[in-house]
Design a protein around this ligand. Structure first.
Ligand SMILES: Cc1cc2nc3c(=O)[nH]c(=O)nc-3n(C[C@H](O)[C@H](O)[C@H](O)COP(=O)(O)OP(=O)(O)OC[C@H]3O[C@@H](n4cnc5c(N)ncnc54)[C@H](O)[C@@H]3O)c2cc1C
Length: 556
């Protein structure tokens, strides 16, 4: 057994930013991550990070745009922290060495992003996440922070309402380990891979959320998942919103721009839920081409495309066979971001003592029913730092409670059952079924009948989990076994999402019910909470923090 003061699960931007604060506070912190730190999904972030850096802009305007973008479901106390602390966090990253594009005067350049009243997205071409994650990783290395790379956490250990540590599998050997600590911080990213078409890394399977749920913590607003308007036709790879921020258009199969019909003021730069629905309506009305519309960058010219959007060009050529300098790129909406997550307060605390969450896996909630582009890297950094400081304060005075005797034995038993089953169901077939069901029944448009069908399908597939047999029964790098563990999370997350979506009889942000097409503040201005108790889901609700901006009709 290893012992640390604090264990951070996840080496994305949120986890590593928090770990740096914990080390600065003089604590013994360790990071556990199932992929190498710089393969965390944060590295794939393209378009940029928001902050009101310019005198003509203000954190209050940023806050208003974020609250409006969230369709007024975001908690405004948390949004205020996000927007107020944004500029100092960017400057801090800059001092650490993060590279940003510059304007003529040498200041950090900012581009326009969807749903924003001001061009406030700082960026490095279309590789912003890459720049930021590498810089934070350097800070982790510089402080000698202990890392368990390619260790997959299988259980968060909670006894008598207190987190005691985790159990993880070391991928290289297949060995199970106990990691004992005073506090556990979950920073495990999103659940985009619950869907078959997603921009997310294969590792974004919602593990931390489902581990927290099993440990007794509630998940919040899981029905809200963002569909990004521009993902490649064949692979679902992201084409950043920065492409529209730089002046790219959307056109239908007839070559006509269509956003004026759906968002007459903001056009292509309306918020993502609005643009995704507009595309789907064009496609459904017969103006699409084989389920797609097109992102047209041709008028930007080769120089600008190569300078500002080099990765977009490269990805479009390699994965779609289309050079954006010469041809429009076929795109469709794809699952991109998880607004829902582990319910926490503004300091990242869950209701379980010693268990915290930050980044995309947490739900504070700053994004409410729809996230604005550029606000998520920001959340990872601002709340990574803030929650890191909060956990440090907690861990300095907290006691190390004993690690339950039988925890390791129980975890080993569950894995042995899976490894020793000689005949049974194929995990890949089950995961495929769940993803297809979620895509079909819990996508951009939803209704009662379809959601009920989706729930029945997912439950049917979930019943087969205990019958899975593996082809690979070896110990070393058994990724098939890991995929089965992830499937367990995917199934739980899917059920929580479907339940939240089925109960929420209104349309708000990314959640569009064709049978309840309008927002209903009287009955639904509240967060959905999902608990798992004795193997059964229970749904509850919680009020929204509204401080500065009263809900109003949302128009772009
Ligand atoms: C293609 C793409 C482009 C994006 N572009 C932007 C953008 O331009 N601007 C913006 O604001 N946002 C963007 N986002 C969103 C943003 O990048 C993410 O929300 C953010 O980076 C998430 O950071 P994180 O630290 O919370 O999680 P991640 O970076 O996803 O890291 C999760 C970590 O958890 C670990 N982990 C998970 N499960 C386990 C387990 N069971 N055991 C051990 N470790 C585990 C993983 O190994 C990983 O280290 C983009 C997202 C995508 C997918």
């Amino acid at each position: 057994m290893v012992i640390h003061d604090v264990i951070v699960i996840g080496a994305g931007l949120a986890g590593m930013r928090a770990a740096v604060e914990l080390a600065e506070a003089g604590l013994d912190v360790a990071i556990v991550t199932k992929v190498h730190p710089i393969r965390s999904h944060s590295v794939a972030a393209q378009g940029g990070i928001n902050a009101a850096m310019n005198k003509a802009d203000s954190w209050k305007d940023h806050m208003y745009d974020t609250a409006k973008g969230s369709d007024f479901l975001g908690d405004q106390d948390a949004i205020e922290v996000l927007c107020k602390e944004a500029p100092e966090n960017i400057k801090e990253l800059e001092r650490m060495g993060a590279i940003f594009n510059r304007d003529d005067k040498g200041n950090i350049a900012q581009r326009a992003f969807g749903g924003a009243g001001y061009a406030r997205t700082c960026y490095l071409a279309d590789r912003t996440g890459h720049s930021m994650l590498h810089i934070i990783f350097e800070q982790v290395i510089a402080r000698g922070i202990c890392r368990y790379n390619e260790w997959h956490v299988v259980e968060v250990i909670v006894e008598d309402g207190v987190a005691r540590g985790v159990i993880a599998i070391e991928l290289l050997t297949g060995k199970l380990h106990r990691l004992h600590a005073k506090a556990v911080l979950l920073a495990t990213g999103g659940y985009g891979r619950v869907f078959s078409a997603s921009t997310n890394a294969l590792s974004s399977t919602g593990d931390g959320m489902s581990l927290a749920l099993r440990a007794g913590a509630p998940l919040m607003d899981m029905e809200f998942v963002q569909f990004h308007p521009t993902t490649l036709k064949r692979t679902g790879i992201l084409m950043t919103e920065g492409a529209r921020g730089e002046g790219g258009y959307l056109i239908n199969a007839n070559g006509d721009r269509f956003m004026h019909k759906y968002a007459p003021n903001k056009l292509e730069l309306a918020s993502r839920d609005v643009v995704s629905r507009a595309e789907q309506e064009e496609i459904d009305a017969g103006f699409g081409d084989d389920g797609c519309v097109f992102l047209d960058l041709r008028h930007l010219g080769e120089k600008k495309i190569s300078e500002k959007l080099p990765q977009i060009r490269d990805l479009a050529i390699k994965f779609e066979g289309v050079d954006p300098v010469k041809d429009p790129i076929p795109v469709k909406p794809g699952a991109h971001y998880s607004m829902g997550g582990i319910m926490t307060d503004i300091d990242g605390k869950t209701p379980i003592k010693g268990l915290f969450a930050a980044g995309e896996s947490a739900c504070l909630s700053v994004h409410g029913a729809n996230r604005l582009g550029g606000n998520s890297l920001l959340e990872a950094v601002v709340f990574g730092r803030r929650v890191g400081r909060g956990v440090a304060k907690f861990a300095k005075t907290a006691k190390l409670y004993p690690f339950p005797e039988d925890a390791l034995k129980n975890a080993a038993h569950g894995i042995a059952l899976l490894m020793n089953r000689e005949v049974g169901e194929s995990a890949s077939k089950i995961v495929d079924g769940v993803r297809k069901a979620m895509q079909k029944h819990c996508g951009i448009y939803r209704d009662k009948k379809s959601l009920e069908e989706g729930l029945a399908k997912v439950r049917q597939l979930a019943a087969k989990l205990d019958e899975i047999a593996l082809v690979d029964t070896g110990d070393i790098f058994n990724t098939e076994m890991i995929n089965v563990l992830e499937l367990g999370h995917i199934v739980e997350i899917s059920e929580a999402m479907l339940l939240g979506a089925l109960n929420r009889e209104e349309s708000r942000g990314s959640h569009s019910r064709s049978d309840f097409p309008t927002r209903d503040d009287e009955n639904w201005l509240k967060h959905t909470l999902v608990y798992l108790e004795d193997g059964k889901f229970r749904v509850d609700y919680k009020g929204v923090s509204i401080t500065r901006f009263q809900p109003e009709e949302r128009k772009y």
